[in-house]
Design a protein around this ligand. Sequence first.
Ligand SMILES: *Cc1c(COP(=O)(O)O)cnc(C)c1O
Length: 425
Amino acid sequence: MTDKSLPFTQAQLETIVAAVPTPFHLYDEAAMRRNAREFYSAFSWVPGGFKNYFAVKALPNPHILNLLREEGLGGDCSSMAELLLCKATGITGENIMFTSNDTPANEFRAACELGAIINLDDIRHLPFLEQALGGRLPSVLCFRFNPGLLKAGNAIIGKPEEAKYGFTRLQLFEGYRLARDRGVKRFGLHTMVASNELSPAYFLETAQMLFDLAVELHRELGIHLEFVNLGGGIGIPYRPDQTVVDLVNLSASIRGAYERTIRPAGLDPLRITMECGRMITGPYGYLVSRVLHKKATYKDYVGLDACMANLMRPGMYGSYHHITVPAREGGPRKTYDVTGSLCENNDKFAIDREIADPAVGDLVVIHDTGAHGHAMGFNYNGKLRSAEVLWSGGTQFRIIRRAENYADHFATLDYPGLQTSVCAP
Ligand SMILES: *Cc1c(COP(=O)(O)O)cnc(C)c1O
């Protein structure tokens, strides 16, 4: 079970809303910092050191990246924009993991110029990378392993054997051999086969699989891995009846596997890294919106001033996001479809959901939007992307991204009248 009460009071929320028009995403700074510290503390036993490279795509805002950098996190990038965000925030060198697929040459070059650890998605990217870098390879390389039928996947990533990512087992051994023979000195091994996974057993199994591979690679190729990267994918309890992953227990079980596998093989110390995004920021973000309309036809509807452009997960994956109506909690409840205004019937934050019965004008808070929330936004129907606000406790808050306006929206159209006809929000 997970407590879904809000960390801020209704009065604190009203103070923010008086200054920032809805909808916006509100992030809880203290909770993000506390969570990052607990994560690191759980893995403090790792002899070679532990690091989480925050998956930048989950919440690509430099103010957040900076806060996470202060807590010791690196950045996991998969695109040029994400590299630029890390660079601007002072996340550089081997604090960046570049895990990309179908990668353009210029992005490989940019990542190498920043000194990032390159994580290759395919064996054919070895010669491609070498050519992109003018005939050399970086001194450190990591390969992404796709275990195929050896491991079950889950709903978001799908079955590993049908996922586009990573090397097969044979390609993995071939890849390390090729890279070793071309003078690469330092190696890592990576996998990422699940997303939003709440079962600790799943991550233990992943760790064991990578530890076993580390031993085999050492035996067969004489390669001494410097680190294994267990990927991201630790889930969060979106639903009140789900339970948060116990990091202390998870870490202890991974430690057991390490003691049984890595230490006896003489591969100690081995660094353990991860690239979680969702569990780092997800639970600490809230989409704050207001009820625009209520409607009763064949079903009962609550229409918000936020829409799928602000949070795509319910419409795209059918994901559950908890909904609180601060002014009405404890009062009568009623079942609604909670919608946005897009001309798309899947623009619904919830279907047949019992919520505290709101009135038109009430604030509605949608939970767990701190990862893959604002980041997945889009402009369909000309909907503008919302602001992002960092809440630092009490009535302290800071706008860390302003809302888009129509001038932003039309900025790439060179057509008379559009740039200047900026309507009031
Ligand atoms: C998306 C992604 C992550 C982060 O996943 P979360 O579910 O947010 O933890 C990490 N690594 C890679 C390669 C990814 O594509």
